[in-house]
Design a protein around this ligand. Structure first.
Ligand code: GLA
Length: 385
């Protein structure tokens, strides 16, 4: 059953697309019919999507005044699709995702999900805080990854769609004291907002009743061509980072902040991702130390794909970003229409604090104290050149 919350009526193509939309007659893609209909209204619609943990799972569709749509489920707070036009006006989703809940229950590697309580790795699945040693699940070799066996990506969040015609969805989750080994009841709120200029904002807030590490992110996998048959190796990337955190063989930072100059990690000027990837054993899966160390929102990444003309800019308040080139994708997971998702079929730009911060006191702290509020904002803005 679908329930429409939004109110503003808009015309499909005209407002949605950029200047090139009008040239789009006859162009189509597999996902077009999935999302675009005449009489699209800005706001949020919702549909039943199944059940997990005995709780109802919903799929929400956020539509902006131009008709661009992002779909988000309260299972894992996951972005399941973001359909945007390419330079000829053809529509396809630029993120990996499934059209049924089962795809997510099969545990894909965090496709589109909210990741927490601690995104990225904690060495040896342990940390000490205020004299107490905490033991976490070792779910990535000997290390802890992305919140544990059942992190925030695998729980059902309470969702509140905006009712005023704004394409916005607020998700809430109470992570109990001791859950996945972490101390403190952590009350987390995440608000997704889609602006009319196709900017998807994610605002995270959290409070705790005991000191705890917190590092929240979104794990969307992007492919700006909108087709996973293409790798992301031809995408051009710019990252505003003079340094990165080199890692050991288990992807735990060595503790150094290494200059990118003269290395394949130097993306201060745009480079094709495939240009130097063979010089990075295993592919890119590294945290970049962003140059602007302040907590204000700054542009940190520009990603572009000349074949589709799509461009994505990333803004964040975080000090780091994990650039991951889908190195562990191996074709075993298929899209909803049956295409294998191969190595390098998509990339992640996970805004974050640095991996293993609870064990590396020289890194910016990730410890949230009772009485304080965790606040973090990231925006992904997509446009067409
Ligand atoms: C993160 C990690 C990667 C990998 C993916 C999920 O990006 O840094 O090493 O674990 O998540 O497969």
């Amino acid at each position: 059953m679908k329930k429409t919350v939004g109110t503003i009526r808009v015309l499909l193509c005209a407002a949605m697309l950029t200047a090139s939309c009008g040239n789009n007659e006859g162009t189509n893609t597999a996902t077009t019919t999935d999302t675009m209909q005449n009489n699209t209204k800005a706001g949020v619609t919702q549909a039943d999507w199944g059940e997990a943990d005995g709780k109802k799972v919903m799929l929400y569709t956020l539509t902006n005044a131009r008709g661009v749509q992002v779909k988000i489920t309260n299972y894992g707070g996951t972005i399941t699709s973001w359909v945007t036009p390419d330079k000829s006006g053809a529509l396809s989703s630029i993120v990996l995702g499934f059209d049924k809940l089962q795809g997510y229950l099969d545990k894909p590697p965090y496709f589109g999900a909210l990741v927490g309580r601690y995104g990225n790795r904690i060495a040896n699945a342990t940390f000490t805080l205020n004299g107490t040693a905490y033991k976490l699940a070792a779910n990535n070799g000997k290390n802890a990854l992305h919140g544990g066996n059942k992190g925030f990506d695998k729980v059902v969040w309470t969702a509140t769609p905006a009712t005023d015609g704004t394409p916005a969805l607020t998700l809430n989750y109470l992570s109990k004291d001791g859950e996945e080994g972490y101390p403190g009841n952590l009350n987390v709120t995440v608000k997704y907002t889609l602006s009319d200029d196709n900017e998807l904002g994610i605002e995270y807030t959290a409070q705790t009743d005991k000191a705890t590490p917190v590092n929240l992110t979104n794990h969307s996998y992007f492919n700006l061509t909108g087709d996973v048959s293409n790798t992301i190796l031809e995408h051009s990337l710019m990252i505003d980072a003079d340094r990165y955190t080199p890692v050991d063989t288990t992807l735990i930072p060595t503790g150094k902040l290494q200059p990118v100059a003269g290395t394949p990690f130097d993306f201060r000027q745009p480079h094709k991702i495939g240009e130097r990837i063979n010089n990075v054993p295993g592919g890119y899966d590294h945290n970049f130390v962003l140059n602007d160390t302040g907590t204000s929102l700054k542009r940190i990444v520009t990603l572009s794909d000349s074949s589709s003309g799509r461009r994505m800019e990333v803004y964040t308040t975080e000090p780091g970003v994990q650039f991951y080139t889908g190195n562990f994708l191996d074709g075993s997971i298929k899209t909803s229409d049956g295409k294998p998702i191969n190595k390098h079929a998509a990339l992640c730009l996970e805004t974050q604090h640095f991996p293993d911060s609870p064990n590396q006191p020289q890194f910016p702290t990730t410890i949230l104290q009772p009485g304080a509020t965790y606040h973090s904002v990231t925006k992904y803005k997509v446009s067409v050149d």
